[in-house]
Design a protein around this ligand. Structure first.
Ligand SMILES: NC(=O)c1ccc[n+]([C@@H]2O[C@H](COP(=O)([O-])OP(=O)(O)OC[C@H]3O[C@@H](n4cnc5c(N)ncnc54)[C@H](OP(=O)(O)O)[C@@H]3O)[C@@H](O)[C@H]2O)c1
Length: 342
């Protein structure tokens, strides 16, 4: 690989797509050619980043001929039909949607946790759910030390997790409310400004939402822990960027808070932010645009015998989506798990 890869970003006009452009350049990914794709609505639009400028193309199967890696962030619907077509053309897809995450032949990868899984790819690699990634960046090092048995999680999810339109909705609702104007609701079923919604994604038969079940289903697959039990409540909060999660976890072995703090801090992609005497704990405002997830409020849980209670904040647009996808591309490049076109 001398001159870099031909890369495509599908969903380049969206919230995650914009971060993918930024991170590919800022992390120095070897790019020979970058092409930006989206729906027919965006065809012909111009996107600029620093000295670069692109005309957005429509994401048709033919557009991927000769491309090496396609980073998808365009939603599960279009991805289900388009990604297999793209993979068939010899281009490796790294997908941010939920379309293929639980498929047996699709690796679900967090590079700090299960990099080897990516080696088995058959053309599609899935990026896990954003709240799941942020939570596992704290839980996985604790699991390695104490053996994870089960956990409860309550999320505090930023509006940018819903995409570009939701960021505008929060902004417009705040403006309307401070000016005494009526609130317009288009993205969320209820007012999100100055409110919290205990509802992320669609409701299922069991009363949980799809997003809540991802924490257990995807967590099991990523950590190779088929029996781990998870009960999760997902909440949308009027925060622009970075998700936070309150976690109560039970372990097989007795826990030690000092050891827990040390293993979390030593884990790549996580950092300890835990000094309550100085009022230091992770907050979304401090973890937006940060590579690491912050973990704090680590304490012995009062309800579980071998339990820890903790709090984690992480940028869901970065580690929960674009950064994790670029890290997967870096892994493919470093280990030679992707071909390169002439
Ligand atoms: N936002 C997050 O924090 C986050 C985190 C993890 C995973 N994800 C996942 O990433 C994906 C994108 O999320 P987002 O937040 O970036 O959403 P977004 O801001 O709404 O952007 C959606 C993007 O998808 C494109 N798109 C829609 N329909 C398409 C089609 N038929 N063909 C090609 N492109 C199409 C849009 O293009 P147009 O502009 O042309 O409509 C736009 O570029 C979703 O699957 C989401 O679940 C998001």
């Amino acid at each position: 690989m001398e001159n870099g890869y031909s890369i495509g970003i599908v969903g380049a006009t969206g919230a995650v797509g914009q971060e993918l452009i930024h991170l590919l350049y800022e992390r120095g990914f070897p790019i020979r050619e970058l092409r930006l794709l989206a729906s027919a609505r965006s065809k012909g639009k111009t996107i600029t980043y620093k000295e670069h400028s692109w005309t957005v193309e429509e994401a048709t199967p033919e557009a991927f001929d000769g491309m090496d890696i396609a980073l998808f962030s365009a939603g599960a619907g279009i991805t289900k039909s388009l990604a297999p077509e793209v993979a068939r053309r010899g281009c490796v897809v790294v997908d941010n949607s939920s379309a293929f995450r639980m498929d047996d032949d699709v690796p679900l990868v967090i590079p700090e946790i299960n990099p080897e899984a990516a080696k088995e790819h058959q053309g599609i690699i899935a990026n896990p759910n954003c709240s799941t990634i942020v939570s596992l960046m704290a839980l996985y090092p604790l699991h390695r030390e104490f053996g994870l048995k089960r956990f409860f999680a309550s999320t505090y999810q930023a509006v940018s997790g819903t995409g570009a339109a939701a960021i505008s909705e929060l902004e417009n609702q705040v403006k309307a409310l401070v000016n005494g104007q009526p609130v317009v609701k288009e993205v969320y079923p209820h007012q999100i400004a100055f409110n919290v919604l205990p509802h992320v994604d669609v409701f299922l038969e069991n009363g949980y939402t799809k997003e809540e079940m991802k924490m257990q289903n995807e967590g099991r697959k990523i950590m190779s822990l088929p029996d781990v039990k998870v009960s999760c409540t997902c909440v949308r909060v009027p925060v622009y960027r970075a998700h936070s999660v309150s976690i109560q976890a039970e372990f097989e072995k007795p826990v030690d808070v000092a050891v827990a703090k040390a293993v979390v801090d030593a884990f790549p992609g996580s950092e300890l932010c835990d000094d309550v005497e100085r009022l230091c704990y992770p907050m979304p405002i401090d973890y937006s645009g940060k590579v690491n997830c912050g973990v704090g409020r680590i304490r012995k849980d009062t309800a579980f015998d071998n339990g820890l209670s903790l709090w984690v904040s992480g940028d869901q647009l970065w580690k929960g989506a674009a950064l994790n996808a670029v890290q997967i591309a870096e892994l493919l490049h470093e280990r030679g798990w992707v071909g390169v076109s002439a």
